[in-house]
Design a protein. Structure first.
Length: 307
């Protein structure tokens, strides 16, 4: 096994191999990634760790997966905590790359390989991101228009109208992809609307391939213990995929109101004295588990996973 760490920047990829001096640099572009993947394929069973960097890491991740290389994406907090644990307080691109390579060697059995989305999932992911950007822009312009003088308000209204037309076009593209690829599992309960379906399909390709505890931890709705000795701290959720969690939260708000199963579960938790938000997070976890189990059954029926 060859442990490799890749520190991702907007312009460059710094690559380190554990046990070898020096750090190589490749351009974070199509041609640079092509050269990097060709070099990685020549290594002996490479195990590659890449730090998440606001989406700049996605092209190299997907290129490695397309080349059938083992690659893992880790949270920046994990990388920084690991660096502090080794006693390395300085931070440069080269240092980060070497520490990621060290992590790949020491923690290889604990790291989860990245599951690359399919081409249509990548397209759907990009449409979802654009939808989020347009929604935020519309909200900002509406807030600005409320306090703007009359002359400025007219200009703002035209901008809002243009953004709303774009939003409609984006949502049509999302609906087209959902219609082609959504399965009964992601629309099997009340409250599972188009945004939830698109988020599950595009941003959670592991759906149905993990058990309920693993998928809850991946999304960030699993309560984490904070116990030490005789002390028992309050368990809280943390980490996970924020975009998926937001879609799940909105779907759960509808489900606990209109779906009899989820409504009864929420009320039972409230009757036991749970706070409203604690009960809602528990319902988020239950709803995700239901969708995950139904998707697992679909994958088994299709022969894509073993029983």
């Amino acid at each position: 096994m060859t442990a490799v760490g890749i520190d991702v920047g907007k312009a460059n990829l710094d690559v380190a191999v554990d046990g070898l001096p020096g750090v190589s640099r490749y351009a974070n572009s199509r041609s640079g990634i092509t050269q990097l993947v060709k070099w990685l394929k020549a290594l002996d069973a490479p195990r590659i760790v890449v730090e998440a960097t606001g989406g700049y890491e996605e092209p190299v991740l997907e290129a490695c997966c397309d080349a059938q290389l083992w690659v893992c994406r880790i949270n920046p907090r994990q990388a920084r905590d690991f660096a502090k644990a080794t006693g390395e307080l300085a931070k440069t691109d080269a240092i980060d790359a070497r520490l990621l390579a060290l992590m790949a060697r020491l923690l290889t059995d604990r790291l989860r390989p990245y599951t690359a989305p399919l081409a249509w999932q990548r397209e759907l992911r990009d449409w979802l991101r654009r939808r989020s950007q347009v929604v935020i822009a519309v909200q900002a312009h509406k807030q600005q228009a409320a306090m703007a003088p009359t002359a400025v308000r007219a200009l703002t209204a035209r901008t809002i109208a243009a953004l709303q037309r774009e939003l409609k076009a984006v949502e049509l593209a999302i609906h087209r992809l959902i219609k082609q690829h959504a399965t009964p599992a992601v629309r099997s309960s009340k409250g599972l609307g188009p945004v939830f379906q698109a988020s599950m399909l595009a941003m959670l390709p592991e759906l149905g391939q993990l058990n309920r505890r693993e998928i809850a931890k991946l999304v960030g709705v699993a309560p984490m213990n904070r116990d030490s000795g005789q002390g028992q701290g309050k368990r809280r959720i943390r980490g996970g995929r924020a975009a998926v969690r937001v879609a799940l939260y909105m779907a759960t708000l509808s489900a606990v109101r209109w779906d009899p199963l989820m409504k009864a579960h929420y009320q039972q938790l409230r009757d036991r004295g749970k706070l409203g938000k604690v009960a809602l997070v528990a319902c988020m976890r239950k709803l995700l588990g239901i969708v995950n189990a139904r998707r697992r059954e679909e994958l088994r029926a299709e022969g894509l996973i073993m029983s």
